[in-house]
Design a protein around this ligand. Structure first.
Ligand code: ZN
Length: 308
């Protein structure tokens, strides 16, 4: 996918909340006016396909995110399910930055599972997280790490201080993804790398249709939905545009390795979820290779990009 093409389009208004409180909500990735998808609480960008849920009236963004962490995300099980992904990501980062000292910042570091693995491989570790109990637990677990409670913008790091910034399943929750990436860009050293794992809107919208079909056939909604749409959902095109506009280059977007097992407790019996995932991942891998890297059909995307 060509980054140069993405750069030709006009950019969004910098700094502003792209959806909340504006008469015409704008896409944070490409600046186009978002359109109502004619279904409750979902807006879509006609140019890059980004989706944005309408905010819940009267509830502040951060409150909603903290509620999500506490009620939806079984962190220990999910972290364990992402072990293979974390190790592969550290392989990539280790190849890019073989020399020490090197420092990595994990945004939305949670209970410190990824940072713990990074420290074992000789990375200096910094983390930022908005959930107080997660930061407290991570501090007890990782006394050698720099851990900060609050948003990325408040982190006491200097410009150019880190070699890598990671956003693992975080960027679709934040108030303004463009602001987060601008902050990451500023903190990175020249040649530094950003890594993003995020849900793939193209696939999640199909899973949403499948959930609706199952609901219609059973005449009640599925107990656990297969699709996940957070505040934002990025298509590969939207992620490419956002990274290019944020000043990154050498952008690489691929299918993200799936989480292992069934950490969210979907409990599908026929077919079993791990089997469904294995078949889906193989099919997505084949289509990615056959299309020369154009077709990305995994439920989550993995992006790597460099600061020039
Ligand atoms: Zn867009």
């Amino acid at each position: 996918m060509a980054a140069a093409e993405a750069l030709k389009q006009p950019g969004p208004r910098p700094g502003g909340d792209p959806a909340a409180g504006e008469a015409t909500p704008r896409c944070p990735a490409c600046g186009a006016a978002l359109r109502d998808l004619a279904r409750p609480r979902l807006l879509r960008c006609p140019r890059c396909g980004l989706c944005r849920r309408r905010p819940v009236q009267g509830r502040r963004d951060r409150e909603e995110l903290i509620l999500h962490h506490r009620e939806v995300d079984p962190h220990a099980r999910v972290a364990q399910a992402k072990a293979v992904f974390y190790e592969r990501a550290l392989d990539t980062l280790g190849e890019a930055f073989p020399r020490r000292p090197r420092r990595l910042l994990d945004v939305g570091c949670g209970w410190g599972d990824f940072l713990e693995r990074a420290m074992r491989r000789g990375w200096g570790a910094s983390g930022v997280e908005i959930l107080p109990e997660a930061v407290a637990a991570a501090r007890r677990r990782l006394p050698g790490a720099q851990l900060h409670l609050g948003p990325l913008g408040a982190i006491p790091l200097s410009a150019g201080e880190v070699q890598a910034v990671t956003f693992w399943d975080v960027l679709d929750h934040v108030e303004d993804p463009a602001t987060e990436l601008a902050a990451a860009h500023s903190l990175l050293d020249r040649g530094g790398m950003v890594g993003i794992r995020i849900r793939n809107a193209s696939v999640q919208l199909w899973l949403r249709r499948a959930d609706r079909l199952v609901g219609a056939l059973r005449r009640r909604p599925p107990r656990k939905r297969l699709h996940v749409l957070h505040r934002f959902a990025f298509t590969p095109a939207a992620l490419l545009r956002l990274l290019a506009r944020s000043g990154f280059e050498k952008i690489r977007i691929e299918n993200a390795p799936l989480t292992a097992g069934d950490p969210y407790g979907h409990s599908l019996r026929v077919p079993p979820l791990p089997l469904l995932k294995a078949v889906g991942a193989s099919a997505a891998g084949l289509l990615f290779a056959a299309s020369g890297g154009k077709l990305l059909l995994s439920p989550s995307l993995l992006a790597w990009a460099r600061k020039p």
